[in-house]
Design a protein around this ligand. Structure first.
Ligand code: UT7
Length: 325
């Protein structure tokens, strides 16, 4: 049986750090409100000339180096982003060039906002399982600060920039058992009826600008708790597992209160939930691979652990990926 295994992960965060106090100098807000309502203490903000492709490439290179591979070992690049360098070509093609893949394989962007990494991982898994490719680079990279209206305190305090990547590789020795390594399942969902609750107020076919983030925070909060919770239950049920079988929950980092409420409802003790929101803020498609990398590098996620990732974002989009590391 063929499974897709995550063999390496890496990340990149821009040097610039913006604290809540820094934001309080720009809009009427304060550290106490932001921490209490979101769990965020600071976020990384890209330098003026730093593009999404730069951050994506840095994370990809870390990943390749850790795996002892080069661009010529990669068959495809799936880059989840809402903040491409340009409207076209796909930012993934810039990364393909930067890592020296030449004309090998293919590269494209995936747009599912904060669920982008789960969508990209599912895409890579299915390309691998179908036998079309053997090894993929899956990246979530965002320069979300480009989309912020720095006069809107309801959104500008929430987001940050960064990139995270994983290498996914075919393993044809899997037995089809619960002890296998690799991706056990991915589940993707969307419901466009809610697209106006979290969106930008511009785009190339409407205003011909990229626009700024606009969000109905309360509605999105409610939907995030419901949909991210459903995503967990769906993944566990599909694999005949209980929350206690899963070592690590790695949720999209949108709001500490969202994550706490899901974990409590589904009986995941907080020690088994990876939380990076305090230092990263919400980095959209980059948040899950950034969190994964932190937990792998500090030794919490170990080979053989079951890791459950779940997300929710604009569209709405939501989903999960269950992986034995
Ligand atoms: O990644 C994809 C998904 N994104 C999310 O999941 C985000 C979901 N939403 C949220 O995380 C929360 O709704 C927010 C953090 C955005 C807002 O928290 P809230 O508890 O829903 O606050 P609220 O919007 O109900 O606002 C409460 C009060 C309001 O004042 P009044 O009307 O009670 O006087 C706001 O004007 O807080 C005020 N407020 C602020 N005060 C200080 C709103 N933003 C700020 C701010 N600083 N930055």
């Amino acid at each position: 049986m063929r499974r897709s295994c995550i063999i390496s992960c890496g990340s990149y965060l821009p040097e610039g750090i913006m604290t809540n106090d820094d934001i309080a100098k720009i809009v009427e807000t304060n550290d106490a409100w932001i921490q209490q309502r979101t769990g965020i203490k600071s976020r990384h903000i890209a330098a003026k000339d730093q593009m999404t492709s730069d951050m994506a490439t840095r994370s990809a290179r870390v990943c390749l180096e850790k795996a002892g591979l080069t661009g010529s070992d990669i068959d495809a690049v799936f880059l989840a982003t809402t903040t491409p360098d340009q409207t076209f070509p796909a930012t993934a093609t810039t990364v393909q060039d930067n890592i020296g893949m030449g004309d090998r394989g293919f590269a494209f962007d995936i747009q599912a906002v904060c669920s982008g990494f789960i969508y990209a991982l599912a895409t890579a898994d299915n390309f691998i399982k179908s036998g079309q490719i053997n090894r993929a680079l899956v990246i979530g990279a965002e320069r979300f600060s480009s989309l912020l209206d720095w006069s809107d305190r309801t959104t500008c305090v929430l987001f940050g920039d960064g990139a995270g990547a994983v290498i996914v590789e075919a393993d044809d020795t899997a037995k089809g058992s619960k002890d296998d390594r690799g991706i056990f399942s991915t589940h993707l969902h969307s419901d466009g009826a809610h697209r106006k609750l979290l969106c930008t107020d511009g785009g190339s076919s409407t205003t011909r600008t990229v626009g700024y983030v606009r969000m109905n925070g309360k509605e999105v909060f409610r939907a995030a708790v419901t949909r991210m919770g459903e995503a967990i239950t769906e993944a566990l049920d599909a694999n005949g597992l209980q929350p206690s079988d899963v070592q690590w929950l790695v949720p999209h980092q949108a709001n500490k209160r969202i994550i706490d409420s899901i974990a409590e409802k589904l009986h995941f003790p907080s020690e088994r939930v990876i939380m990076t929101i305090a230092q990263h803020g919400n980095t959209s498609a980059a948040s899950i691979p950034l969190a994964l990398t932190v937990a792998v590098e500090d030794g919490r996620i170990q080979r053989g652990d079951l890791v459950l990732m779940n997300s929710m974002g604009g569209g709405f989009t939501w989903g999960s990926a269950l992986v034995r590391w």
